[in-house]
Every structure is written in structure tokens, then in C-alpha cells.
Write a protein of this length. Structure first.
Length: 573
């Protein structure tokens, strides 16, 4: 990894860490003064689970609802119903979750409070409309692909909605609403963040109709009638707190840059427009402003858009970065990265992209031309092939951690453990084998299929009553925890892509488990971590991918490789 790449990771990692959703919620709730009645909670967005979890640690909540993106829930939360829905496109689950939220707040009285937590992704996840789902989705596709900025998109969406433009806030009356909003919108306008479910709309009907006209939206008579519906003019019972804004992120990035020795300049925290043009302009500005011997960092925050003209895979941040590559080509000591603070970029598993002076030539060596890729909106695969994707960890967080993927040599094949069935000796056999006969390593993590974890739990001692293994799950996790066998305690992580050794359908000779000891560079700087596994590993080929929870920056490595557990041909250990 180059010094520039390391600096990039430090800059966006630390800037994002300072706006972690749980930190923001705890700070905002210092001002929350609930009344004598009930306090219900509705949390919406990609950070909804984490924000709700932080709220439960801070205030008394009598029930509520969490609505988040598919795969973003981290498990049950006491007293709260958790629903997952579509993003970036609202789906049937989005409609159902929003109707459930409206049902929940019905009947709230003057002495009751609603704690409303809102984060990125709310526009798609929190949606209900008198239009059919198919028609609503069609209009949304038109909006997302026409090149309109997010403010214009939201002007239309909120007027078609039964929960946007202050309508959800109005539905909560006469109860008091305390809203904590993680801003992902330029200028931090409450009526624009997730289309303002609990905020008075600041746009006019004329402005909304102008958007429809400018971009040639195809709208049915019913849709046009919905656009003309009045929105709530006042919401006196709603109080809001904004946190995690783009301006705060830019300022934090500037401070990190200065600490690394750069002259930091914030160009704007309200950038808008087309992603490709923004990337080109930013790269040109960097070349124009750079001075020999004087490190310079130009910082730009905002929300660009992508005009879809192709059928490729990518996102606004990846496209912005790739568009800069031809301009930076051949210029040593220059780099550009673009990353989404919510950890996602379009319909991909990446948060953004990184390019430098050598990116164009690395792509050409593979027969890839950047302009052709951009014409197909296919930045994802191009950047992936040259290691230019920025992939962040914990997908449940709006401000996620980093993922380290490494090529680590497995312990020599002669050390593979062959096991025919899981019994009372299995855990000790694996743990004692790791590190070699004279160098037993502690602190390893066992990767295994859920069925094999169940098999460990089913093992009984000679009395056939007491379980040999005690299994404890990590707090707020259904995939990680500890298996205990007397004084031996081994961390585990469930990976359902692994074949289950305990199942007869798994072939003899299959690699069914892996055991190793992950460490993080400079871990003492980042604090404790738990180990989870990404979905794209092939440990039989020496490739292991892990991510450190609550780790900002650094890479994840493996000490002494990792041990492979193979299914034995015949029964018996």
C-alpha cells in the first residue's frame, strides 16, 4: 500500500469516526426531556439499528419500530420491532414498514413522546403512497436516472408520499416528537433529509411541477393530483437535532489532513451536479493548485448524481473517482478518493473509489479504457480489478469500519486437521493443533457453518445430560460468540457458505472450518474488536477476509496463517 493510499484511509476513516451514529445519538439525547406518558421510538435509515441501540442505552423507551436496509439489522433490540426494506428503491417491505409506523403512532396523547431517529436511506426505506407500488417505483426510477439533483428528486417524492413532507410528524400529533437526524443532504435542510418526514416543507408546488416538466417525468393523472396535495404548514410539536452533517465531515477531514502535514482547503461542503464532471473538475483543480514540495489536500463534500446511460454496475463515488484517472495519469504523488459516509455507493458492496497517477495505465494493461467504462456506468468492476475500490466493513453502520482483505498463507497442508465428526475432543484438537506442536497459539477464531455450531451444542457428556460445550453469543450478534470447553474458550464466527462437517451431504475431503488468530496493525490505537468474515474468501486457496468491528483505519492480518479443518473420509475423529 502506498503512502498516499494509507493517508486516504486515515483521512476518511477518522473523519467518519467522529460522526458515528451512536455517538451522535447519545450527544443529541442529552437535550431530550420526555413527559410523563409513554415514549415510543421509530428509527429509520441505514443506521437505524445502531441509532436505536444507542437510544435504548440512553433513555427509557416503551416500545417502537426500527426500519433499516436489508442485511443491516444486527439482531433483536429489547421492546422494538425490527423490519428490513429496500434501498435505493422502495419496495413492498418499505410500504409495509411505513404503514406499521403510522399504526404505531395512532392514539398517542399530549403527554406521550415519540423519539424519531432518521439517517441516510430514509427516502427509500420509509415510504407509503396512494399510488400502487409499481407506479411509485417507476416514477422513482425516472427520478434517479434523469440526472436531477437530490433536492429536486425529493421535492417530487415527498408530495407523492403519505409519510414525507412533514406528514409523519403531523400523524404523531398531539404527542411531542423529538427528532435526531443524521444529515446526508447539502445545507442540512430538515425538509430535504429523507424528504422530511417530520419537517415542514420548504419548497412550493410550482417548484415541484417545474422538476416534473424539466426532466420530462411521465406521470399519471393520479400522480399529478397527489403532487397538488397541500403539505403540513406548521409542526409546533416537533423538535429536531441535526448531527453528522457533510460540513462536519469536511472539517474533520481537514483537521486530519493538517495532522498529516498537508495544507488543507475545503472547496465546498455543498457540491452537487454530475459525478463524472465533479471528478474531472476536482482533478484539474488539484493539478492547477499543487506546488512542488508542498503537500496539498483539496476537500469537497456534497452529493453528486449519476446519469444512467449504460447498464453497468457502480455508484456515484466510484464514477467520480474513475473520471479523474485520465487527468491524473502520469502525475506522480497525486491521488483522488471519493467515499460515501454511509458506507454504501449505489447497488454495490463498495463505499467509493480511489485513483492515482498510475490508475489509467493499470487499467490499460488489462485492456480497460476508462471512458468506455464510464459510458456503461460500469466503474465497480474496473476499479475492483486494480484494487481501486474503497470497501468498508460493518454494513449496519451509517459510518462503518474498514475491511481488511489479505492473502495470507495457510499453515502447511500437512498440518490440516481431519475430523470425521464433531465430538467432545474436537475443540481441543483444533486449538492445540494451531501454531504447531511447540508453539500453541491462543486467541484464535473458529469459522464454521451454523449447523456445525449446533452440533457442538448438542454434544453431551457420559451422563447424556450435561452439554460438553457452552455457547455464548456476542452482545447484539447472532453470528459471533464463544465456545467454551471447561477452561478453553474459542471465539467463533458463523459462515454459512462453508459446508457443514456434521451434514452427510458434505463430501469427504471438503474444507469445513478454519481456525486462526487475526490481529490488526496498531490495534492498540483502535481498541477492542470482534472478528467477522466477509462473503468473498477462499481459505482453501490461502485467502482469508476478516473485518474488525469498531476499527477505523489499518489493515487486518493473520499471524502464522490459519489452520484448515477437513472432513475425514471415515467416521471418527
Amino acid at each position: 500500500m502506498t503512502e498516499l493510499r494509507r493517508h486516504a484511509e486515515q483521512i476518511y476513516g477518522e473523519a467518519i469516526r467522529r460522526a458515528l451514529p451512536d455517538v451522535a445519538v447519545r450527544e443529541a439525547l442529552k437535550d431530550f426531556r420526555p413527559g410523563p406518558g409513554r415514549t415510543l421510538l421509530v428509527s429509520v435509515g441505514k443506521a437505524a439499528w445502531r441509532m436505536a441501540s444507542a437510544a435504548l442505552e440512553t433513555v427509557r423507551v416503551d416500545g417502537g419500530l426500527v426500519v433499516t436496509k436489508y442485511g443491516h439489522s444486527q439482531g433483536p433490540l429489547p421492546g422494538l420491532e425490527i423490519l428490513e426494506a429496500g434501498h435505493p428503491m422502495a419496495d413492498a417491505a418499505s410500504f409495509a414498514a411505513s404503514e406499521r409506523a403510522l399504526e404505531l403512532v395512532q392514539g398517542l396523547g399530549e403527554e406521550d413522546d415519540l423519539l424519531f431517529l432518521l439517517s441516510g436511506g430514509g427516502s427509500a426505506l420509509f415510504e407509503a403512497s396512494d399510488l400502487s407500488l409499481a407506479e411509485f417505483q417507476d416514477i422513482n426510477r425516472q427520478l434517479l436516472s434523469c440526472g436531477a439533483d437530490i433536492q429536486a428528486v425529493n421535492r417530487v417524492r415527498k408530495r407523492l408520499s403519505n409519510v414525507k413532507g412533514g406528514r409523519f410528524g403531523a400523524a404523531c400529533a398531539p404527542a411531542r416528537v423529538f427528532s435526531v437526524v443524521l444529515s446526508d443532504v447539502l445545507g442540512d435542510r430538515l425538509d430535504m433529509i429523507a424528504s422530511g418526514p417530520a419537517a415542514v416543507d420548504g419548497s412550493t408546488l410550482g417548484e415541484t411541477l417545474a422538476v416534473a416538466e424539466k426532466y420530462g417525468l411521465e406521470l399519471s393523472p393520479q400522480a399529478r393530483a397527489l403532487l397538488a396535495r397541500p403539505l403540513p404548514a406548521v409542526l409546533p410539536h416537533v423538535e429536531s437535532r441535526i448531527c453528522g452533517s457533510v460540513s462536519q465531515l469536511c472539517q474533520a477531514a481537514a483537521e486530519v489532513c493538517q495532522g498529516l502535514g498537508y495544507e488543507a482547503r475545503i472547496l465546498t461542503d455543498q457540491a452537487a451536479g454530475e459525478a463524472r464532471e465533479t471528478g474531472e473538475n476536482l482533478a484539474q483543480a488539484l493539478l492547477r493548485e499543487r506546488t512542488a514540495g508542498k503537500p496539498l489536500a483539496l476537500i469537497l463534500g456534497g452529493e453528486t448524481v449519476v446519469k444512467l446511460i449504460g447498464k453497468g454496475k457502480g455508484g456515484r463515488n466510484q464514477e467520480l473517482a474513475l473520471a479523474a484517472a485520465p487527468i491524473l495519469a502520469g502525475v506522480e504523488g497525486t491521488a483522488l478518493f471519493s467515499v460515501g459516509s454511509d458506507g454504501t455507493d449505489g447497488p454495490t458492496d463498495a463505499a467509493g473509489g480511489y485513483v492515482d497517477g498510475g490508475t489509467r495505465d493499470r487499467l490499460r494493461a488489462l485492456g480497460i479504457e476508462g471512458p468506455a467504462v464510464l459510458a456503461e456506468n460500469a466503474s465497480y468492476h474496473a476499479l475492483k480489478k486494480i484494487g481501486g475500490l474503497i470497501v468498508t466493513g460493518d454494513p449496519a453502520a451509517t459510518i462503518p469500519e474498514l475491511t481488511g482483505i489479505l492473502k495470507a498463507a495457510a499453515i502447511e497442508a500437512g498440518s490440516d486437521v481431519e475430523i470425521g465428526k464433531i465430538d467432545e475432543k474436537t475443540l481441543r484438537t483444533i486449538a492445540l493443533k494451531y501454531g504447531g506442536a511447540n508453539n500453541v497459539e491462543g486467541g484464535g477464531v473458529l469459522l464454521l457453518n451454523k449447523d456445525d455450531l449446533i452440533a457442538f451444542g448438542d454434544i453431551r457428556g457420559t451422563s447424556e445430560k450435561k452439554a460438553v460445550y457452552e455457547i455464548e453469543f456476542s452482545e447484539n450478534s447472532t453470528t459471533t460468540g464463544t465456545i467454551k470447553d471447561g477452561g478453553l474458550a474459542v471465539k467463533f464466527c458463523i459462515v454459512d457458505e462453508l459446508p457443514a462437517l456434521s451434514k452427510t451431504t458434505s463430501a469427504a475431503g471438503s474444507y469445513c472450518m478454519a481456525y486462526g488468530k487475526p490481529l490488526a496493525y496498531q490495534l492498540d490505537l483502535f481498541g477492542p474488536y470482534t472478528v467477522e468474515v466477509s462473503r468473498d474468501y477462499k481459505f482453501a486457496e490461502g485467502l482469508l477476509a476478516v473485518m474488525g468491528e469498531a476499527m477505523i483505519g489499518g489493515n487486518v492480518i493473520t499471524e502464522n496463517g490459519f489452520l484448515r479443518i477437513k472432513k475425514k473420509a471415515s467416521a471418527g475423529a
